[in-house]
Design a protein around this ligand. Structure first.
Ligand code: FES
Ligand code: FES
Length: 273
């Protein structure tokens, strides 16, 4: 029979009514609504877990566990041909391998350092076709066929690269952790200056090759952090190589007379305090 205007509209059962239904079903010995819902949720999670386990076991069957001491199987392998420090190399790598890991883990070229592994410190800087790149953010497969130069390829122990000699002469490092990246970055940066590339602090970008001031060097090397604070030496070393003259040392050890004068000035100051 159709609802008449004065009939009440059908209403969903109130929580109290639902609870009464549950109690009634409890008494009747059947599953309650709450039991039914809990069972459904548990069944859903169980099914999801079972599907994950099935996927995992299928994957385990596809990837054999290597024997102890044997190299791990390469997933998604790609073959990459590179020229590294003048030597052609062919690598079979997981396609996700970054250049820094390829150099350090596959070629034992451990000069390039992993500082932050996220493009913020510059410790991993290498040269690709003469331009500086952060190897921790560069997929090896993306530099297929290119020339890579690491700190090991800049110079030899017998014949250092000029920037390496200048770093030593100017005390441009302490712990040395950032130094391989600083050296590669300095070499790339000097090439950029020779090409007339401008920087964020170049006053007139139309005036041709900018003069390499301290400010230019600091800006252009700002992607290479040095926790030891060897920046004054790094700037001096870059100046030295760029100008071809030995940079003027901006500091000197104190002489015995200066030390005595400083002590007596300290004593005077203490007496007045
Ligand atoms: Fe690459 Fe820090 S390790 S930028
Ligand atoms: Fe130590 Fe630069 S020399 S971090």
């Amino acid at each position: 029979m159709p609802n008449l205007p004065h009939d009440d509209p059908p209403r969903s059962p109130s929580p109290d009514a639902a609870a009464r239904d549950d109690t009634a079903q409890d008494r009747a010995g059947g599953p309650t609504r709450r039991q039914f819902m809990l069972g459904s949720v548990a069944g859903g999670i169980g099914g999801f877990a079972a599907s994950l386990l099935a996927q995992e076991s299928a994957l385990a069957q596809r990837v054999p566990v290597p024997a102890e001491g044997a190299p791990a199987a390469v997933l998604n392998p790609v073959e990459v041909t590179l020229e590294i420090n003048g030597t052609p190399r062919v690598l079979s790598l997981d396609s996700r391998t970054v250049l820094l890991d390829a150099l350090r883990e596959h070629l034992a070229l451990t000069g390039s350092k992993k500082g932050c592994d996220q493009g913020q410190c510059g410790a991993c800087t290498v040269l690709v076709d003469g331009r500086r790149v952060l190897s921790c953010l560069t997929l090896t497969a993306s530099v297929q066929g290119r020339k890579v130069t690491t700190v090991e390829g800049l110079g030899t122990e017998e014949r250092l690269h000029p920037i390496q000699s200048a770093f030593i002469a100017n005390d441009a490092f302490q712990c040395g952790y950032c130094t391989p990246g600083q050296l590669c970055s300095a070499v790339g940066m000097l090439a950029e200056v020779r090409n007339g590339d401008v920087s964020h602090v170049t006053a007139d970008v139309r005036a041709g090759a900018p003069a390499l001031t301290d400010q230019e060097i600091r800006e252009r090397m700002s992607g290479n952090l040095c926790r030891c604070g060897a920046y004054p030496g790094i700037v001096a070393a870059v100046h030295e190589v760029h100008s071809g003259r030995q940079a003027q040392q901006a500091w000197a050890y104190a002489t015995p007379i200066q030390i005595a004068q400083a002590r007596s000035a300290d004593g005077d100051a203490n007496e007045t305090v």
